[in-house]
Design a protein around this ligand. Structure first.
Ligand code: AHG
Ligand code: MN
Ligand code: MN
Ligand code: MN
Length: 335
């Protein structure tokens, strides 16, 4: 049982020995991410007061119009990780290619690569609705001392060493796993410290919330249409409640606390859905599984998919185990 009012710093020191790799490098890396998150949090909170809302006038490699905060958050995370020379490479949703960290002192000697969605839920920035950050950490597979290659980033999600998200919501929370359960920390903005507020987070085995952009209904595969009708049927504990913020981080965070399923399926408009396997689905899947939930593409476990491209997209079903299994049953029956 963790001490009452434990700070994230105390928690990391206390739990360092249970990390998969204990050199302290991973702890320093998570420390850098939480620092960058504080800086981004500060900026997000000023939206509306200073000129940081709206589009910046560029399109990213995903074909999306970049928002000012997409670019700002991307720069802060990359800068913080690069300056500390604690990773050997970074890949981001907002960058065409991965970045190799050479550094003055590290000489490609660092062991970890970070993959990041610096600002998740861009479309919610201008309307004062929760946004987030998602990160994923792997141990490199190429030899230490040489520059990273794409191979270091294209590892299946089951090789993740740690993953987490920050939700900039009514309060700011950092939720992460190192493969030993999921813990949530809430930022006290007055003193800039995160406290362990949600120890050992667990997805309820089932729930009553379904989260999907139903505006695309006509374009969904038959299995998804059938599952939506099942959620809406007047039977047993149904109809379920529909809740969709449009920020993956916030939608999954809510479902983890209350019980629910999140679906971003493929559609006749986008053959692999919208969400990115490396920056969004893998880290969220790792967290969801560590919290006792389930994550798949409707048929296959997300964490077992071998990525072929940095910006690869994949259909995403995640949440309470029983609900995801039910949705998979509908997918199977309709295929
Ligand atoms: P991002 O802002 O990082 O590009 O991600 C947006 C994603 C995700 O956060 C959200 O769940 C989804 O896009 C919403 O998409 P739709 O507007 O198509 O429903
Ligand atoms: Mn985007
Ligand atoms: Mn995103
Ligand atoms: Mn993003």
């Amino acid at each position: 049982m963790p001490a009452k009012n434990q700070t994230i710093g105390e928690f990391i020191i206390e739990n360092q020995s249970s990390f998969a790799y204990t050199s302290g490098e991973l702890s320093r890396l998570i420390n850098s991410i939480r620092l960058a998150a504080k800086v981004v949090n500060h900026e997000v909170n000023k939206a509306g007061l200073v000129d940081i809302t709206g589009a910046i006038g560029g399109v990213n490699v995903q074909g999306e119009e970049q928002q000012k905060l997409d670019v700002y958050a991307n720069e802060r995370f990359i800068e913080t990780l690069t300056n500390r020379e604690i990773v050997c490479g970074i890949a981001s949703e907002e960058n065409d290619d991965f970045i190799t960290i050479e550094g003055q002192n590290c000489d490609h000697k660092n062991k970890y690569v970070v993959l990041i969605d610096p600002l998740d839920g861009s479309s919610n920035i201008d309307v004062n609705v929760s946004v987030g950050t998602i990160f994923s950490i792997y141990r490199r597979v190429t030899p230490v001392g040489t520059p990273v290659t794409k191979e270091d980033f294209l590892q299946p999600g089951n090789k993740q060493v740690a993953a987490g998200y920050i939700v900039y919501g009514t309060s700011t929370m950092l939720v992460y796993t190192t493969g030993d359960g999921v813990n949530g920390f809430t930022l006290n903005p007055a003193i800039g410290t995160y406290y362990l507020s949600h120890p050992n987070m667990k997805f309820p085995e089932t729930g009553k919330i379904y989260s999907i952009n139903e505006g695309n209904y006509n374009h969904f595969p038959q299995g998804v249409k059938d599952y939506i009708k099942y959620c809406q049927a007047e039977e047993g504990d149904r109809p379920y409640t529909a809740r969709y913020i449009g920020s993956l981080v916030s939608d999954v965070h809510r479902n983890m606390i209350k019980g629910g399923i999140y679906i971003y399926p493929k559609s006749s408009k986008s053959s692999n859905g919208k969400l990115r396997l490396l920056y969004e689905c893998n880290p969220m899947a790792f967290i969801v599984e560590q919290a006792g939930g389930k994550a798949s593409d409707g048929f296959t476990r997300i964490l077992d998919i071998k990525p072929t491209e940095l910006h690869q997209r994949v259909p995403f079903f995640c949440g309470s185990k029983k609900m995801v299994e039910k949705a998979e049953e509908f997918m199977e029956n309709a295929s």
